[in-house]
Design a protein around this ligand. Structure first.
Ligand SMILES: NC(=O)C1=CN([C@@H]2O[C@H](COP(=O)(O)OP(=O)(O)OC[C@H]3O[C@@H](n4cnc5c(N)ncnc54)[C@H](OP(=O)(O)O)[C@@H]3O)[C@@H](O)[C@H]2O)C=CC1
Ligand SMILES: O=C(O)[C@@H]1CCC=N1
Length: 271
């Protein structure tokens, strides 16, 4: 079985660990490096996995997943370089850090180290993630296949060119937050219109879950599914008219452009 070391047990590290365990991977095949002690204890208690230092976690791992903040990546690579050297390039490095280019990994790790860069998202936690993957200079089709095999049990995996990863970050990496914001706003609006908060929350969450299931299962596009809800001269047309006048499409374009630009900036700042 593939041994996986996750470096950084924060939000995305936890989403990966939880998703992999939920998909049936045994806890003994996973190890995590987390420097925040309270968090490390929490991860051991919750998942029953070993938590240790970066170098110790990486030793003997087949795949080393870097899941720390972009600015922490260079320091982590300095800790990892001797371990990777020792393994005779027999380890695959996977980066989940937003913006950080594969060339930064290649420059700081022993020559020839295979790197696969991934942009995942937190629904991986419940096996419903969306990840885009791209190969660094020394990563082969087999390395990409190994990462696909690791991630496909926890959600969708697509291959993209590295230049597209900043846009992917804007769409699916940050994407869950946009939907959570919409849910917050819909619940508050329901309460403003007189519904108890629990009722507004239950109805909103199920509406999002049901709509997402229709989008995933049906051959119809989002536009067609929306048209089916919009009775002529009815309530939905009144609501959608307000959303269009409120500039919801332009706001989303601006939001995703800002996320894309920030990803580029984080990458530049990590070098
Ligand atoms: N959250 C998300 O939805 C997504 C995040 N990502 C990417 O994943 C990466 C992590 O993000 P996220 O999980 O949100 O961030 P978090 O801050 O939640 O997690 C990072 C964790 O790594 C720990 N850490 C930092 N340095 C070390 C070290 N030297 N050794 C061991 N542990 C260390 C941090 O500890 P401490 O806090 O003490 O520094 C922290 O607990 C980022 O690069 C982000 O761009 C990608 C896609 C989605
Ligand atoms: O907000 C961030 O920077 C990270 C990357 C994508 C989602 N979370």
């Amino acid at each position: 079985m593939t041994r996986i070391a996750v470096i950084g047990g924060g939000r995305i590290g936890e989403a990966l660990i939880s998703g992999l365990l939920g998909a049936g991977r045994p806890a003994k095949d996973l190890v995590v490096a987390e420097k925040f002690e309270e968090r490390a204890r929490e991860l051991t208690e919750r998942f029953g996995i070993r938590v240790t230092s970066t170098a110790d976690a990486a030793e003997g791992a087949d795949i080393i997943v870097v899941a720390v903040k972009p600015g922490d990546v260079p320091a982590i690579l300095d800790d990892l370089a001797p371990v990777v050297e020792e393994s005779d390039l027999d380890q695959l490095l996977v980066s989940m850090a937003a913006g950080v280019p594969t060339t930064l990994f290649e420059a700081r790790l022993p020559a020839g180290t295979p790197i696969v860069r991934v942009m995942p998202n937190t629904p991986m936690l419940v096996g419903q993630g969306a990840s885009a993957v791209t190969a660094g200079r020394h990563a082969t089709a087999e390395h990409l296949a190994a990462v696909e095999a690791m991630l496909s049990p926890v959600g969708l995996v697509v291959k993209v060119g590295e230049a597209q990863l900043d846009a992917v970050t804007a769409v699916s990496g940050s994407g869950p937050a946009y939907f959570f914001l919409v849910v917050e706003a819909m619940v508050d609006a329901g309460v403003a219109l007189g519904l108890p908060r629990t009722v507004a929350t239950e109805l909103t969450v199920q509406t999002i879950v049901g709509s997402a299931a229709m989008l995933a299962d049906s051959d119809e596009s989002a536009t067609e599914l929306r048209a089916a809800v919009t009775s002529p001269g009815g309530t939905t047309a009144a609501a959608v008219g307000q959303l269009e006048r409120g500039g919801v499409r332009a706001a989303l374009l601006d939001a995703l452009t800002a996320a894309r630009d920030r990803s580029v900036q984080l990458g530049a700042g990590s070098q």
